[in-house]
Design a protein around this ligand. Sequence first.
Ligand code: AHG
Ligand code: MN
Ligand code: MN
Length: 342
Amino acid sequence: MNGHRVVTLNEFIIERQIDFPYAKGELSRLLSHIGIAAKIVSREVSKAGLVDILGEVGTTNVQGEDVKQLDVYADEVFIAALKASAECCGIASEENDEIITFDTELANDGKYVVTMDPLDGSSNIDVNVSIGTIFSIYRRISTIGHQAKMEDFLQEGAKQAAAGYIIYGSSTMLVYTTGRGVNGFTLDPSIGEFCLSHPDIQTPVSGNIYSINEGNYIKFPDGVKKYIKYCQENDKETNRPYSSRYIGSLVADYHRNMLKGGIFIYPKTASHLEGKLRLLYECNPMAFLAEQSGGRATEGGNQRIMDIKPTSLHQRVPLFVGSRKMVDKALEFVQEYDEGIL
Ligand code: AHG
Ligand code: MN
Ligand code: MN
């Protein structure tokens, strides 16, 4: 036993509501419902290795329930929770081609829309490696009382009211921001509550981790290739060579780098000129968290990720995100060697 008082996610959300005098608790309720969905998905993720024992995907299990792929399951759980919150009038999800609007009077009165990647790092599910969920919350711009419209979702990241992720790792954590710093909560499975474990996260201004899929090296722009070589050089003053760390789940790679200091890059490649990651579901929420913790996020030039005006739901953009000095340095290389290309 120690003398520390445990602050749960819900207590924290309610305490922080004071920061939003114009709001009437809607955002708080929405965040609480995301917390509930996160616990349900976390429980299911922890059983992922048992799937073949409990019943194969596409079949019916012993309880007579359909066995679903985890990403489809996570998508459904978050949609149901957001619908139940009655504060959200629509959702855009990486798993669905079109926006989802809830056609009830209650939902049409909701002030917010949510964009999400319900299961990030899906290639890691079957091999017991960390995966996550990413979300952004925007204030709708269409008229309250009607269905959500596409314009509600195609807002610049700078308009996010809140953003965060859940990482299903050695522990399950929920990390979020409402634009007043970044806070992290760890799920205590014994009491079923997210408890404040990482208050006011500040990312180091520099670090010694670089995260990029180096298997694509041959396809990278010259500036990125040169930056990778820079990371590998010997230099005591800047603590190089850096360590290369790449999990292949953005949430997990980002989370580690935010806490330890580092840079994550998913650049454009010769075959994918827009990069791979999605602006609405992956890049904007990470950019908001990065800036709120003192870091930086751009598309490889000087344009902030959060200033990009989205033109379509599933739009992809290159992403350079992490410790401010490291992102600045990578951009120097890009500007010197790829001028006019990126
Ligand atoms: P998702 O599982 O939601 O499709 O996202 C996977 C993403 C992201 O999590 C990760 O950073 C990236 O894909 C890895 O891509 P590569 O395998 O091309 O490196
Ligand atoms: Mn993803
Ligand atoms: Mn996904």
